[in-house]
Design a protein around this ligand. Sequence first.
Ligand code: SF4
Length: 273
Amino acid sequence: MASFQLTTLSQSSLQDYVDCARRFQLRYLERLSYPAVEAEPALENEKHQQEGEYFHRLVQQYLIGIPNEQVSKLANTPNLQRWWENFQPFSQTNLTGLTSQLPEATLSAPLGNYRLLAKYDLIAISDGKATIYDWKTYRKRPRNEWLSARMQTRVYRALLVNAGAHLNNGQPFEPEQIEMIYWFADFPNEPARFAYTSAQYKRDWDLLTKLADEIDSASSYPLTDDRQKCAYCPYRSYCERGVRAGDVDQAEAETEAEELFDVNFEQIGEIAF
Ligand code: SF4
């Protein structure tokens, strides 16, 4: 099996690595396409995922200045209409009068022998404070504890400290100036907010560096012991852990499945710098 030389790491690849080293190997080193659908029913999930991506595009268009009337015409399915209607009041309350807003900003920094890369839905800067927004179209609202431990929450805040000086007049942001907010399109009044501290930043960057070193020197990629991770894993037929998607009825297991499905080739592929 061909193995690719990986030069970038992202929150998705790191999350895969901590969830299951085997999945990391199959997805990022072997670059295998999905042999099994993520969850049943497959078509419905695929449609939901496409609508989620489309919603991100609508928000981006709106944030770069395309008038609401024009963008709202593109919200042409029941899900998109509902999400877009939910987004309006949130946007009016939170995203007006900012010093600057950077939709779809990409930041990167060296991490061990790799580059750590993150694409943000929005970085909003106002009153010396940087707020990271991430739009989620999850069907269920995950617990804050689960979100707090996700690699995305750690990577996005840490990378903004490490690589965001150009957004702050050449001065790195202090962790205390940074907050990350997940906004849920189906739970518009229940955003999850994560402030940041210097101690958390140190903890996160140490962890990220340790993971990068581990990945760099790894010679084997064991299957996870947590078989629950396999329930929705697209690679389970490679691991003889079932060919049919599980029906674990847990918000976080399902949400993890949505995240798995959400990894796109931009995140997997090499990005030239
Ligand atoms: S099926 Fe399980 S062991 Fe295999 S890659 Fe997926 S999570 Fe890992």
